[in-house]
Design a protein around this ligand. Structure first.
Ligand code: SF4
Ligand code: SF4
Length: 116
């Protein structure tokens, strides 16, 4: 499967929610719901773990991703992802990166690769 990198830097194709959805894997949905509850305090049921990734205009998204203003902003600017944005630093992005170190680390790698 081709890699999908979200506007915030998260790699959708490595996300357990995305993988569980695309494989229709109920066991992974259960593990993912338990992980989200433990790590983030989310109260998603396993059957609510359904996501088609950040980039498609349509498709299922869960939790924060269903209403994300980073995604809306990146789409409006027609960017590949926020690493290409001329308006960095960005408070929206920084706030999310304080919450998700996965996204922050991935985003920083993209930024570094653009500088080379
Ligand atoms: S919807 Fe927002 S938080 Fe979710 S992957 Fe996309 S940019 Fe990141
Ligand atoms: S302003 Fe922020 S959220 Fe919008 S595209 Fe730029 S970095 Fe992303």
């Amino acid at each position: 499967m081709e890699e999908m990198v979200a506007y915030c830097g998260l790699v959708c194709t490595q996300c357990p929610a995305f993988i569980a959805t695309q494989k229709d894997d109920d066991s992974l949905r259960e593990k993912t719901a338990a992980f989200y509850a433990k790590e983030y305090g989310f109260t998603l049921k396993p059957e609510e773990i359904n996501c088609d990734g950040c980039l498609p205009r349509e498709g299922r998204k869960i939790g924060y991703c269903a209403t994300c203003d980073i995604r809306a902003c990146g789409r409006e600017k027609e960017l590949e992802n926020c690493a290409h944005c001329q308006d960095l630093p960005c408070s929206k992005l920084d706030a999310f990166h304080n919450f998700s170190t996965f996204a922050k680390d991935s985003f920083e790698k993209i930024r570094q690769s653009l500088k080379q």
